[in-house]
Ligand binder design. Structure first.
Ligand SMILES: *[C@@H]1O[C@H](CO)[C@@H](O)[C@H](O)[C@H]1NC(C)=O
Ligand SMILES: *[C@@H]1O[C@H](CO)[C@@H](O)[C@H](O)[C@H]1NC(C)=O
Ligand SMILES: *[C@@H]1O[C@H](CO)[C@@H](O)[C@H](O)[C@H]1NC(C)=O
Ligand SMILES: *[C@@H]1O[C@H](CO)[C@@H](O)[C@H](O)[C@H]1NC(C)=O
Ligand SMILES: *[C@@H]1O[C@H](CO)[C@@H](O)[C@H](O)[C@H]1NC(C)=O
Ligand SMILES: *[C@@H]1O[C@H](CO)[C@@H](O)[C@H](O)[C@H]1NC(C)=O
Ligand SMILES: *[C@@H]1O[C@H](CO)[C@@H](O)[C@H](O)[C@H]1NC(C)=O
Ligand SMILES: *[C@@H]1O[C@H](CO)[C@@H](O)[C@H](O)[C@H]1NC(C)=O
Ligand SMILES: *[C@@H]1O[C@H](CO)[C@@H](O)[C@H](O)[C@H]1NC(C)=O
Ligand SMILES: *[C@@H]1O[C@H](CO)[C@@H](O)[C@H](O)[C@H]1NC(C)=O
Length: 510
């Protein structure tokens, strides 16, 4: 930012429909001339929270209903020990099945067998370990696990959670009494809890979990901080499952569940422009570590969730995490994409169907995204059954700049771009193993470790922190092509920096 005037992200609804440009619109604030700041209602986080995607852990994928206070507290302790908290995974989210009913005054009562210390005490201890505490309910008469839901009890429930010190609500969509089917019905139902949370006066991140029903990406940015955009994930790379019938988010009448990584990813391109600071399209919790995918498939899953600015909620058993899977969750150069202040989602520039695998699927695709500091990130994704030499031309990488408005050769096509591989510094299994057994030491300029508690990703990116930048592997000349050999079910993720980058800083983007 320069001294007296600066650009700030603007996410007003105007023109988002037709937006094909990778650039985010910004609003201009000129302090020097005494022009007052222009406020555009709804143009940023509705409650000032979640300007970059939430990160943390949620018990559901690995434990389902099998929850209790020692699970939460042991997990939090291990996440701190393994460095995950300080990488930014700072919400511990308790999912369904924690209550036993309501008392005669209508307040929820926690299960005292599972939570013998009481929920307030659990929240205090989680806070004491340096985490925030997330809670679950449903915008229906019951939760999905058939415990009491919050429909009709929104204010009482919000007040109780606030009194416990809850910082985050995951709000599901089960047993909603038919109050869905149109955007207005869903909006009204979810808005009641939004208002109730606000009414408590406590900052609480509001994570809607209505599976993309009734197009939340069209209306939820004004009442929530994230919204699920698909049926539930399951631990499969690309196996189609008839319980997850849709292949597109838009117009999906039955989101279902058992959606694969590739199914959910390929629902994102159409709604890409509806990801914004303060409201993220939630691709669901991470499966890395749960055993259903290969190492390279988990790398694809994690990389693409980061590229799309999906919330990153670890969904596995932390104390039994393998060194290889800890290394995936711990790549700061990939997390920095997710936590980039641009808060955008990648565009799928092309997708070709080739060489099907045993699931009858087989595709390759190119994804790119413009970052806050003027860098571009590119993912070459090979979801086909054999190794591919994949090619990204400058024309493809900068397609949106090329096609923005009256034709003028964009600056980007006249630059030479340095290419940095963001997986080249993946933590070794030996280093991850030493984190797990508590024998690791951190060298100050580590390329594998990052402490976001000490230095935010935003600040680290401004200062080109070593661990965020990857390894230089080549460059792309104007009108050039970048080629890389990408193995079956793998992805290459690259940060592109213009060699004369000063001419491409963000204030020149317009
Ligand atoms: C400009 O003014 C706004 C509102 O008063 C203030 O928040 C901001 O820090 C100022 N920015 C600079 C660069 O002086
Ligand atoms: C708590 O839950 C975990 C995970 O389901 C389980 O392994 C453990 O035995 C439970 N502990 C208690 C005290 O119930
Ligand atoms: C019901 O629970 C609330 C919140 O814990 C408590 O304040 C209230 O006293 C309880 N009411 C009864 C009748 O137990
Ligand atoms: C409540 O909403 C108002 C208006 O949108 C906002 O300024 C305020 O920060 C919110 N408060 C909380 C605690 O969410
Ligand atoms: C996918 O590749 C493997 C070898 O890597 C081969 O055994 C298998 O038959 C291939 N599947 C299809 C459907 O071609
Ligand atoms: C990439 O380019 C190389 C060299 O021109 C070519 O052999 C290869 O088939 C291309 N890859 C794809 C997926 O088209
Ligand atoms: C800890 O893990 C590292 C890496 O796997 C290994 O070399 C070391 O021997 C282990 N130390 C202990 C005390 O288990
Ligand atoms: C870390 O990097 C800084 C800046 O490049 C350098 O001054 C310092 O000597 C390095 N420290 C180590 C331990 O390599
Ligand atoms: C990260 O930084 C914070 C704040 O400086 C510090 O308390 C914490 O111990 C550091 N974490 C690690 C893993 O070094
Ligand atoms: C970070 O790197 C970019 C590109 O090389 C450079 O323009 C910029 O000055 C660097 N920033 C700092 C703080 O070193």
């Amino acid at each position: 930012m320069v001294a007296s005037s600066f650009w700030q992200p603007l996410t007003a609804a105007a023109c988002l429909f037709g937006a094909t440009t990778a650039y985010r619109q910004r609003r201009y604030i000129d302090n020097s001339s005494g022009t007052p700041e222009v406020i555009i209602p709804g143009a940023s986080s509705y409650n000032g929270l979640n300007l970059v995607p939430q990160m943390g852990w949620d018990n559901w994928n690995a434990f389902g209903c099998d929850v209790n206070e020692s699970l939460l507290l042991n997990t939090a302790q291990k996440m701190a020990d393994y460095g995950l908290r300080d990488l930014g995974y700072n919400y511990i989210v308790l999912d369904d099945c924690w209550s036993i009913g309501r008392n005669s005054s209508g307040y929820l009562v926690e299960n005292h067998v599972k939570f013998p210390s009481g929920m307030k005490e659990v929240a205090d201890r989680i806070h004491g370990l340096g985490f925030k505490f997330g809670m679950y309910s449903s915008a229906g008469i019951m939760t999905c696990g058939r415990y009491p839901g919050s429909l009709g009890f929104e204010q009482k429930d919000a007040d109780l959670w606030a009194s416990w010190g809850v910082d985050y609500l995951k709000y599901d969509n089960c047993f909603n009494q038919g109050q869905s089917g149109t955007p207005k019905l869903s909006f009204d139902r979810y808005n009641v809890m939004s208002q109730a949370l606000n009414e408590t006066g406590r900052p609480i991140v509001y994570a809607m979990c209505n599976w993309g029903n009734d197009d939340p990406y069209d209306w939820a940015y004004g009442i929530a901080n994230s919204g699920r955009m698909s049926g539930d994930i399951y631990d499969s790379f690309n196996r189609p499952d008839s319980r997850c019938p849709c292949t597109e988010a838009v117009g999906c009448p039955w989101p279902g569940f058992h959606c694969s990584v590739m199914n959910i990813l390929n629902k994102m391109p159409a709604i890409q422009s509806r990801t914004m600071s303060g409201y993220f399209n939630d691709m669901d919790m991470l499966e890395v570590g749960n055993g259903g995918q290969s190492d390279s498939e988990y790398v694809v899953h994690f990389s693409m969730w980061a590229m799309m600015s999906s919330p990153l909620l670890i969904g596995t058993n932390i104390p039994t995490l393998s060194p290889a899977n800890l290394a995936i969750y711990s790549n700061p150069a990939i997390i920095a994409l997710n936590q980039d202040p641009s808060a955008g989602a990648a565009i799928r520039k092309w997708r070709y169907f080739v060489d099907p695998d045993e699931n009858g699927e087989g595709e390759i695709s190119l994804w790119t995204r413009t970052l806050d500091n003027g860098d571009t990130v590119m993912a070459l994704l090979n979801a086909a059954n054999s190794t591919m030499m994949m090619n990204a031309t400058m024309n493809d990488i900068f397609l949106d700049q090329r096609t923005a408005g009256a034709y003028q050769e964009p600056e980007e096509l006249r630059q030479t771009w340095d290419v940095y591989d963001l997986w080249a510094n993946r933590m070794s299994e030996a280093e991850a193993g030493s984190l797990i057994n508590g024998t690791s030491t951190v060298s100050p300029n580590s390329t594998t470790r990052y402490n976001a508690t000490a230095t935010s990703y935003e600040e680290g990116l401004e200062n080109n922190a070593t661990a965020l930048m990857g390894v230089h592997v080549g460059s792309i000349a104007p009108s050039g092509t970048f080629s890389a050999e990408i193995a079956r079910h793998s992805v290459g993720v690259y940060r592109l920096r213009a060699q004369s980058s000063s001419s491409l800083r963000k204030r020149d983007e317009l």
